[in-house]
Every structure is written in C-alpha cells, then in structure tokens.
Design a binder for this molecule. Sequence first.
Ligand SMILES: NC(=O)C1=CN([C@@H]2O[C@H](COP(=O)(O)OP(=O)(O)OC[C@H]3O[C@@H](n4cnc5c(N)ncnc54)[C@H](OP(=O)(O)O)[C@@H]3O)[C@@H](O)[C@H]2O)C=CC1
Ligand SMILES: O=C(O)CCC(=O)C(=O)O
Length: 408
Amino acid sequence: MACQQFDLVADRLQISHDERDRLKYPKRSMTVALPIHRDDGSVQVFEGYRVQHHLTLGPTKGGLRYHPDVTLGEVAALAMWMSWKCALTGLPYGGAKGGIAVDTRKLSNKELERLTRRYTQEMIPFIGPQVDIMAPDMGTNEQVMAWMMDSYSMHMGYTVPSIVTGKPVNLGGSVGRREATGRGVAYLVNRATDTVNLDITKCTAVVQGFGNVGSVTAYSLAKYGAKVIALSDVNGGLYNAKGIDLRKLETYLAEHNTVAGFPEADPISNEQLLTTPCDILVPAALERQITEKNAAKIQCRILAEAANGPTTPEADVILDQREEIFIIPDILCNSGGVIVSYFEWVQDLQSFFWTETEVVDKLFRILETAFTQTLHLSRKQTMSMRQAALSLGVSRVREAKKMRGLFP
Ligand SMILES: NC(=O)C1=CN([C@@H]2O[C@H](COP(=O)(O)OP(=O)(O)OC[C@H]3O[C@@H](n4cnc5c(N)ncnc54)[C@H](OP(=O)(O)O)[C@@H]3O)[C@@H](O)[C@H]2O)C=CC1
Ligand SMILES: O=C(O)CCC(=O)C(=O)O
C-alpha cells in the first residue's frame, strides 16, 4: 500500500526511477530474535523488528507496535508513512517504526517487561537520541516506554530520557503527549467541518477502536459538541442513535476491559460500524479497514484517518469519485502524536519543560499550517487530500536529499 501510494505521487511529481528507489528503500531494516523466560520457567522466542526509512533530515522517529500480526513488511510501510508525516509537519526527522509479533493478552506484566527490555537491548546498537527515537503505537503505552528508557539508561550508565517519547510525565515525558494524537484528530475534524460547511455541534461521529487514539478522539469530538453514536474495540461495537454516554462507558470499560456489551447501546460488528450513517467517521485501529468491498457503502461526510493506513489504494479510487466525502489523510490526521513527541524530545534535550497550554498551542499551530498547506495544494492542483499531503511530504524529503547530494 505504501509503495503504491508513493508511486502514484512519484508519477505526479515526475520522479525518475533511480531517484524513486532512493526515496523508497528503507535505510535500515532489523529483525531480532527475542528469547524470554515465561513465568512457568519455559523459554519462548518472539520476533521483533525495526525499520528506519531515511536519515536525511535528522534521527528517525516512530512508534513501537505489539500485535500478533506484526510483520517486517507492515513495519516498513509504517516507517515510510512516518517519513512523509514528519516532512509534511516540518519535523526534523526521518521515519521509523518497530514491532514485536506478540499477543500481549497472553503475557503477564512481568513477561511483557522482560520482552520489552530484551527488545531494547537488541536495539541498542541502532538507537539513540540522535539516531532513532521510539514512541508508543498499538499495544504499547507509557509503561513500555518507561521500561525501554530504563534499559537504555542502565546500558549507558546515566539517565537518558530523550531515548523514547510518550514516557510517563514524571520520567521526563511531556504533558499532553498521551492525548496528542486524538486531540489533533479532533482539531483537524473541526477544521474540516468548517471547510465543508458543517456545524460540528450538529454532527454525529463514529469511531473504530477505543484505545489511546480512538478514546481521546471520541472525548475530544464530544467536547467540540459532536454526538458520538458508535464506537468499537477488537471485541465488537456499540450503537446508540441518541449518543453514547462516554463517562458511563469509561466506568464500564474499567470493569470489563472492553466496550463490547455496554448496556446503554445496541451491539454492532466492526463491519457494520464502518458503514453506519454519520457525519464524521474515524477509523482508529488497524490498517486496511476501508477496502474496495465497503468503500462505496461508507456513509459519512468527513473521513478522519486516525489510524495509519486504514484505507487501501483500491478503496481510494472509489472514494476519489465520491466527492461528497472529505478525507483527512492519515499522515496529516494522526500527526499530532509525533508532533508532541518532537516537543517531548526537545524538552528532554534541554531539560526544560513546558506547560500544557504551551504544548497544545504549538501543536495546533503546526496542525493548522499542515492542514492549510494540504488543502491549498489539493485545490490548486485538483488532487485528493491524500495525494496533496503525500506530495508535500515526499517533495520535502526529495529536496533535502538533492541538497545533500544525491549520490555520495
Ligand atoms: N498512539 C499514538 O500516538 C498514535 C497511533 N497511531 C495509530 O492509531 C491507531 C491506533 O493506535 P493506538 O490507539 O495507539 O492503539 P491502542 O492499542 O491504544 O488501541 C487500539 C484500539 O483498536 C482496537 N482494535 C484492535 N484491533 C481491532 C479490530 N480488528 N477492529 C476494531 N478495533 C480493533 C483495540 O481493541 P482492544 O483494546 O480490545 O484490543 C483498541 O481499542 C494505529 O493505527 C496507530 O498506528 C497513529 C499516530 C500516533
Ligand atoms: O510519536 C511518535 O514518535 C510516533 C507516533 C507514531 O508511531 C505514528 O505517528 O504513527
């Protein structure tokens, strides 16, 4: 998917084939074996990955995913998207992504800690605050980042907060990082409602995935006045035309560890959720949710891609013809996370910490610029918002490579 999208943009930008390869191939791809002791004394080996896409603009940056289906190819695609995302938002980074093929539900907390520390240890030759900086993604969180920071710091012999972002605030994390991605999604949705002349206080919203990104997006959209009518996690979805009471849902989630079965809504499947009529549709879980099978059935006005790669290129062809749907493409829509990660890194390097107001103001300023530039290009050159966002990201990396000298 990432390569297909890149080739479409490269065609438009008339990038030659040798230059394309230079932009497309990841600089470094690592696969590591991670043996750990299980709590019962047995040994199990997991497979871990890290792909660093390009090093042209600074260190590489991107999340670490724990999911049973993680593969090297998926991580490579996510790393490439991180590159275009960082360039689109003007961050001094190349893209990276990592992952471990693991079902975290089947591991105890101690096992998860051992796995994380082992992965960090294997990655030590390839990471560093000026080399590659990890952050949370699906299945990982502040605790995982704290273990990584601790493992790296033990190796160095002193505390190195800038080795990861998305850490707990009392270990050098930034205020506002946990909320950053969802908060950014809601900010951009609000901007998109203005663009398509919708009143957000009269809008209905549907959110797939209720983890870090999905839940904060739902709460933030509700704060803007939208009515959240459907939600889901891996176990299934919920629908209530009158709106889902998010406070009650929070209590239910804390008790049941899933949103499925919440009594004040009707159960729906994740497939049904995606085609539920609404104004704002937010996929905030996995890739490839909107495909050629359901793209024609989606019934929203704004598609806000909080997840990475939720829409396949085949679905894009269908959505491009449905001009009534305004798409906020993933590399723009979920960029709030890496933007505040950048702020966290800067704060750690300076050991000087900002207030939440400073973080949020700076976040919104960067998002505003990226949104305006993307919208402007999309209108000026009559291209989709995805093509415009990718064109801006790819062009900036290409220019930087040219300026540094293409063939050292
Ligand atoms: N965290 C961040 O800052 C950023 C994340 N993203 C992207 O946002 C997306 C979500 O990440 P994040 O919120 O961090 O991850 P989390 O692990 O916190 O949450 C993922 C959510 O998706 C649900 N889910 C998993 N599989 C499915 C499925 N097949 N159908 C429906 N729901 C499913 C999970 O359910 P359950 O909990 O029951 O497993 C959970 O609610 C990913 O694409 C990620 O790459 C992008 C930018 C930054
Ligand atoms: O915060 C970061 O560094 C990376 C976030 C991320 O993984 C993403 O934007 O997909």
